[in-house]
Each structure stands twice: as structure tokens, then as C-alpha cells.
Design a protein around this ligand. Structure first.
Ligand SMILES: Nc1ncnc2c1ncn2[C@@H]1O[C@H](COP(=O)(O)OP(=O)(O)OP(=O)(O)O)[C@@H](O)[C@H]1O
Ligand SMILES: [Mg+2]
Length: 266
């Protein structure tokens, strides 16, 4: 395999990268600072970005940074199941046996949040990912569920994450109840050219590369084809390693990138 050919000790650009091995891009550093603010302020925040921008990775990094004796993280991607499954999942995440009727379930979740916050001194942190799929009715339900109007301070942290259309959806008039409560909003940007080069270098070093494997023109070509989105860089760089190995090229050049791009039909 290409690992032996390029003398690598591990596979680079994998999906399950440890967050301790994150690359400190501008966007990643910026989103981490915003999430840190949300941690201190508590309440609702919004994180959007194009597919593969690094939203889930940044959220995972944030979740892992939280002290489990002070924060209870409940991560939910909206991609599977019905809306009721989703609310039941929140109750289960809080250690409850979910009630059957929606109204009872909502009271149950709210009570559980307050018990965590006031009695156990643990802040529940709800991370709702892939929220671009959310319908307006569901967003309305969320604004009701997470309305602890009587309390001056928020007993929870809620992060809504998704593709950029989530932000536009939230600006619609009927979604005002939830959007006006967002105390943090952030849109992830792609890596710039210099960052792409450093990102590739960073991943190659983590994989044990001892010398340069991607030439500068190859990095430029990867930058333009991926437009700086980490997920696309990962896929394209991996395909370059495969193609480069097949072509027996120790230094990956523009031609290898061209072949890899063709194979991926990018
Ligand atoms: N700061 C970073 N350091 C290292 N790797 C990163 C970083 N950001 C993103 N990645 C890598 O890019 C890949 C894609 O990121 P991620 O899955 O978080 O994107 P996403 O914005 O959630 O995409 P989608 O909208 O498709 O869910 C991840 O598998 C991760 O390995
Ligand atoms: Mg994601």
C-alpha cells in the first residue's frame, strides 16, 4: 500500500482524527474562541458552514474540552429518526425515561435540565448538529422547550449547527423567537492557500512523514480543487497518495493531482 511506499507510520487524513491533533486554522481558532465565550455566558449559539468545513470536528473538540464533572454533553445529529425520537433522545441523554406525550416530555426535559443545573451544579450542553434539515415547526418547538423565561441566567448551553441555509432559515420571521435568543453566531470559512499547505504538512507529519511528499504546485492544485474545505482536502490528498503510489512518484506533483481529481470526478 501507499503507506509503505511513502514510509508513513499511520494513515493520514482520516476521519477519526483525535481532536488533540487538530490543525489551528483561523476558522478553527475563531470558532473555538466563540464556543468558549458561549461556555462562560451560557445560552444559545449558532455554528454554520459549508459541507466539510469542520463544524462537527470543532464541536467534538469543544465537547472534549469540557470538564465532565461540570458539563453534561448531549450530542445529537438531526439526520435520523422523527422529531419525537429526537426529543425522546434528549430526555434519555439527561438520564430520564421519556414520557409519551409531547407536552409531558417537554416538562420532563425542562425539569431535568433544572435539576442538573441547580442541584447537581452541572450545565447540560446540547449540541444539535445537521440542523439544516430542521423544519420551522421543529424550530418553534425548540424555542418553547428551551425557554426558561423565569430564570435570569440560562441553565443550559445549546448549540445549533448546520449548513449555511440554517442561518437564512433562522432569519425568517416565524423563526424570530429562536433567532433573537442566539448570543453567538459563527460561520466557518475555508482555509486560505497558506493554511492548506500547512494543513497538508500537519497531517503528513502526524502520519510520520519524514520528507516532503506533496510538491508546491500539487498543494496549489489541491487548494483550487478543494477551495480550502478540510473534508475535500482530506479526500483529494488521500487519492493523490493512492495515485502517486500507482504512478510510482515519490514526490506528488500536479500530474498526480490531475489524475486523482479525474478519478474522483471533482
Ligand atoms: N481544525 C482541523 N484540524 C484537523 N482536521 C480537521 C479540522 N477541521 C476539520 N478537519 C477534518 O475535516 C473533516 C471534515 O470536517 P467535519 O466533518 O467537521 O465537517 P462538517 O463541517 O461537520 O461537515 P458536514 O456539513 O458535511 O457535516 C474531519 O473529518 C476532520 O478530520
Ligand atoms: Mg458535520
Amino acid at each position: 500500500m501507499y503507506k509503505a511506499f511513502y514510509s508513513l507510520s499511520a494513515t493520514p487524513f482520516t476521519k477519526d482524527l483525535k481532536t488533540s491533533n487538530s490543525f489551528a486554522s483561523t476558522s478553527f481558532t475563531e470558532v473555538s474562541a466563540r464556543l468558549d465565550y458561549l461556555k462562560k455566558a451560557r445560552g444559545m449559539g449558532l455554528l454554520v458552514g459549508e459541507p466539510g468545513a469542520g463544524k462537527t470536528f470543532s464541536l467534538r473538540n469543544f465537547a472534549e474540552s469540557l470538564n465532565p464533572s461540570l458539563y453534561k454533553v448531549i450530542y445529537f445529529p438531526l439526520s435520523t429518526g422523527t422529531v419525537m425520537d429526537f426529543f425522546r433522545g434528549l430526555a434519555i441523554g439527561l438520564g430520564e425515561e421519556p414520557k409519551f406525550r409531547k407536552v409531558d416530555l417537554f416538562h420532563q426535559i425542562q425539569r431535568a435540565v433544572l435539576v442538573y443545573f441547580r442541584e447537581r451544579k452541572i450545565t447540560p450542553v446540547f449540541i444539535l448538529d445537521e440542523m439544516q434539515m430542521a423544519r420551522n415547526l421543529f424550530l418553534h418547538d425548540l424555542s418553547i422547550l428551551f425557554n426558561f423565561g423565569m430564570d435570569s441566567e440560562s441553565p443550559f448551553i445549546l448549540i445549533l449547527a448546520g449548513l449555511p441555509n440554517l442561518q437564512s432559515k433562522l432569519t425568517l420571521n416565524h423563526n424570530r423567537p429562536i433567532s433573537q435568543r442566539l448570543i453567538m453566531r459563527y460561520k466557518m470559512e475555508p482555509l486560505n492557500k497558506e493554511e492548506v499547505a500547512n494543513y497538508i504538512q500537519h497531517h503528513m507529519e502526524l502520519a510520520g512523514a519524514r520528507h516532503q511528499i506533496f510538491s508546491e504546485p500539487a498543494v496549489s492544485a489541491i487548494t483550487s480543487h478543494s477551495r480550502g474545505w478540510p473534508h475535500l482536502i482530506n479526500n483529494l490528498a488521500t487519492n493523490c497518495l493512492l495515485s502517486g503510489y500507482q504512478m510510482k512518484k515519490e514526490l506528488i506533483d500536479e500530474e498526480v493531482v490531475r489524475v486523482a481529481v479525474q478519478e474522483m470526478s471533482m
